[in-house]
Design a protein around this ligand. Structure first.
Ligand code: NAD
Length: 437
């Protein structure tokens, strides 16, 4: 059934733009899957737009006594499956379009892996490396205060993303607790996930996204007759997700051949590869991979042409462009980052028979363990790392099974199959609940 009435403006998100909107790409991705299914127009229309868009501007005093205005966003895409859920990004390129796309991806990711959350994302337009720890603390606290009742443990639950970490989530939780009434203060730890373990975080949350990427790779190996221990891989981005994935993959016997981040690109000087544990210690001390003595320095584009089995983008959106899609010399692109492949590049990868394992599947381990953290905060009972890992493995395995099965059924790409699984779950709930009023 269509809601479009002739003569009335169509409810369309597309607006004239000089450059491709990331949100538009995100909408097209789910619409492609919807076209393979019988999804009613009104459900597509709801999912094409965020439910709420919160933009805040707030002042923060810097260490030199001056004041700076910051802009922050919280986009709440959909909450039909549960409270809004999604990370907070601190990066100079954060804008409304990017945060809206990221929020939409969260809705589909949660639906795909079956955690009872909706989708949201937040961010502040800031280069965190240019500010002291005290200044960042004031930014986090003032941003949290500005969001006010727009977040909450049963309403909207942030988490870390690019440029944010467990320390910042601790400050967020502390600020929110102090804004709550005295009788509620001990009950609001679940307002944010990705906290330190001391402040109510979950065992395994720090490594969860990388761990989930590894489970997804293991599943792909099973499907394609490969062995994890024989694989070579390259990674773009050596932050939380990239570094944990690399260390876990190396522990299984895979070999890392190249790494790129915002400081440099490095390539292995021999077939033994690059040691991810040594590199992680270097990055911790030096802020990036540049100058790492255990590898050769290279050019940015060398990362994309290095022959490997698996290429793992774990940095930002739109990194795999058409030229890079032509250069990639791998069997599979495992999307640890959100939105790393442009649609044009994806078409080239498909022509070249390079499989793309989509972001909403590959990097869902983070939100899965965020769900575990939220459950642990609710019950004040904390799980062992073995419990967390086993439950994460089950969630990731079931989601991978569902996507592979749907791909066979619809004879489509992995991305379309992942969206199809998620869409059918969302559609089912809309069918049963109806649309208010
Ligand atoms: P992070 O801030 O810890 O690391 C980001 C990495 O990207 C850094 O190594 C940085 O140097 C690199 N980078 C930044 N700009 C770059 C550029 N222009 N070229 C090359 N490298 C660049 O962030 P993260 O938490 O590891 O997130 C990485 C990706 O994974 C993002 O897309 C994020 O949305 C996604 N993700 C993160 C989580 C999580 O739990 N942290 C969960 C799901 C998805």
């Amino acid at each position: 059934m269509s809601t479009a009435t002739p003569g009335r403006r169509r409810d369309d998100v597309s607006e004239p733009s000089q450059h491709r909107s990331l949100h538009q790409t995100a909408v097209e991705q789910f619409q492609q899957a919807a076209n393979l299914l019988d999804i009613p127009e009104q459900h597509r229309a709801i999912l094409s737009r965020p439910k709420n868009e919160v933009i805040v501007n707030f002042p923060v005093q810097l260490d030199d006594g001056s004041w700076q205005m910051f802009r922050g966003y919280r986009i709440q895409h959909n909450n039909v499956l549960g409270p809004f859920k999604g990370g907070i990004r601190f990066h100079p390129d954060v804008d409304l379009d990017e945060v809206t796309a990221l929020a939409q991806w969260m809705t589909f990711k949660c639906a795909l892996v079956g955690v009872p959350f909706g989708g949201a994302k937040g961010g502040v337009t800031i280069d965190p490396s240019a500010y002291s720890s005290d200044e960042l603390q004031r930014v986090v606290r003032r941003f949290t205060h500005s969001l006010g009742a727009n977040i909450g443990p049963e309403h909207d639950i942030p988490a870390p993303d690019v440029g944010t970490n467990s320390q910042m989530m601790d400050w967020l939780m502390d600020t929110y607790a102090n804004m709550s009434g005295a009788g509620l203060r001990q009950m609001v730890k679940g307002v944010v996930t990705g906290k330190s373990i001391a402040c109510g975080g979950s065992a395994g949350r720090e490594a969860a996204t990388g761990q989930g990427v590894l489970y997804t790779l293991r599943h792909w190996c099973g499907e394609s007759g490969m062995r994890l221990g024989d694989l070579t891989f390259s990674v773009q981005g050596f932050g939380n997700v990239g570094s944990h994935f690399a260390r876990l993959a190396a522990a299984e016997g895979s070999t890392m051949m190249a790494v790129g981040d915002h400081t440099a690109t490095i390539v292995a000087s021999s077939a033994d590869g690059i040691d991810p544990n040594e590199l992680a210690a270097w990055v911790q001390a030096n802020g990036g991979v540049k100058g790492f003595p255990g590898a050769d320095q290279a050019n940015t584009e060398d990362l994309f042409s290095m022959p490997v089995d698996v290429f793992v983008p774990a940095a930002l959106e739109n990194q795999i462009t058409e030229d890079r899609a032509r250069a990639l010399d791998c069997q599979v692109v495992l999307e640890a980052a959100n939105g790393p492949t442009t649609p044009e590049a994806e078409a080239i990868l498909a022509e070249r028979s390079i499989t793309v394992v989509p972001d909403i599947l590959a990097n869902a381990g983070g939100v899965a363990v965020s769900y575990f953290e939220w459950l642990q905060n609710k019950s004040s009972r904390y799980w062992s790392i073995d419990d967390v890992d086993e439950r994460l493995r089950t969630i990731m395995w079931d989601a991978n099974d569902a996507v592979v099965e749907k791909r066979r059924e619809l004879n489509c790409s992995m991305r379309e199959a992942a969206y199809a699984v998620a869409l059918l779950r969302l559609d089912d709930v809309y069918q049963r609940r109806g649309i208010f009023p």
